[in-house]
Design a protein around this ligand. Structure first.
Ligand SMILES: *[C@@H]1O[C@H](CO)[C@@H](O)[C@H](O)[C@H]1NC(C)=O
Length: 313
């Protein structure tokens, strides 16, 4: 009886999931995917750079990885990934061969130069062989999560960094990751829940807030579902933009009709080293920021292994 119970618990664990993110969340999406490639089967990177773009330097993060991609050392990024994989501090890069990757940059992005994002394509081209890399550099969007319904004009730069360009980015990558999706519906606000991020690790040293968000479709409360994790950009956590990002990227609309749980981990603006609430892709939480042991990396991974807001873990 006990054995059956244990086996039952094990088989209910989600073995794979997908991620997405904008800007610092886009860099983090790449970083998280590369580090946990045995678990992450799909990654959407919106205005984000290659793994270890910053080489552990805030100056590089702000210049080579944002305004001046001519200074970006792509070979150093590839070498760092290979070195970390050889040391076992990230998963084997052979997992990336069959990955599904979606890479987006608005053609009018003045914050993260599209040239940086083109290096993300090149980074993945080195490792993805049988999988899929789709990129889109043609939507005339400023730096934002592009939707077909919300909120600012396509060429606008500003909070909440969500622009209506008549293009459903979330739908584009979810349909790539999960074939044969049902049409999207309108999400149910009652299914957008909060959870206590401190149950997953030391949130204060990770610059994470107490409250995280999770969208649990009606069909997922007690039944195992697919998992997607979405990383907000700088100045885009719930502390700064309220529920805009966790409600209106379009992810919840697709999730509701297709039984995908969407986890929205949240950073805080309270840490002095990280006043804009940016995901760590240069090292303010420690030198291991890009490894599986990185503070934010390990806390978010725990969320995937004990999904908040559902009864099936
Ligand atoms: C890229 O964006 C354009 C809109 O400008 C859209 O029509 C096209 O389908 C997109 N391609 C992909 C692969 O997402």
């Amino acid at each position: 009886m006990l054995l059956i119970l244990v086996v039952g618990l094990c088989t209910s664990l989600v073995s794979s999931f997908t991620v997405s993110g904008l800007s610092s969340g886009g860099f983090f999406s790449t970083q998280f995917h590369v580090a946990f490639s045995s678990s992450v089967t799909g990654a959407a990177i919106i205005a984000g750079g290659p793994y270890y773009c910053s080489q552990g330097s805030q100056t590089n993060a702000e210049i080579a990885c944002m305004s001046s991609p001519a200074l970006l050392n792509l070979n150093a990024c590839i070498n760092e990934a290979q070195k970390n994989a050889a040391a076992g501090s990230i998963d084997s890069l052979t997992n990336l061969a069959k990955a599904s990757v979606y890479i987006f940059s608005g053609s009018r992005d003045t914050v993260v130069n599209p040239g940086v994002v083109k290096d993300t394509v090149q980074f993945y081209q080195k490792f993805v062989t049988s999988g899929t890399i789709v990129s889109n550099f043609t939507v005339p969007a400023e730096h934002s999560w592009v939707t077909n319904s919300y909120k600012n004009k396509c060429a606008y730069l500003g909070s909440p960094y969500m622009n209506n360009c008549n293009f459903d980015t979330s739908g584009a990558f979810l349909n790539q990751f999960y074939p044969n999706l049902n049409p999207k519906t309108v999400f149910n606000p009652n299914n957008l829940l909060t959870f206590d991020q401190s149950t997953y690790g030391d949130i204060s040293s990770a610059s994470m807030s107490k409250t995280g968000y999770v969208y649990v479709p009606t069909g997922c409360k007690s039944t195992t579902c697919n998992i997607h994790i979405a990383f907000h950009g700088c100045q885009q956590s719930a502390e700064t933009v309220g529920k805009d990002f966790v409600s209106y990227t379009g992810l919840n609309d697709w999730a509701e009709s297709n039984n995908i749980v969407v986890i929205y981990p949240q950073l805080t603006t309270e840490m002095l080293k990280n006043p804009e609430g940016c995901w760590d892709f240069w090292g303010y939480t420690g030198n291991n920021f890009a490894l599986k042991t990185g503070k934010q990396m390990s806390i978010v991974y725990s969320m995937s292994q004990k999904v908040p807001g559902v009864e099936w873990f």
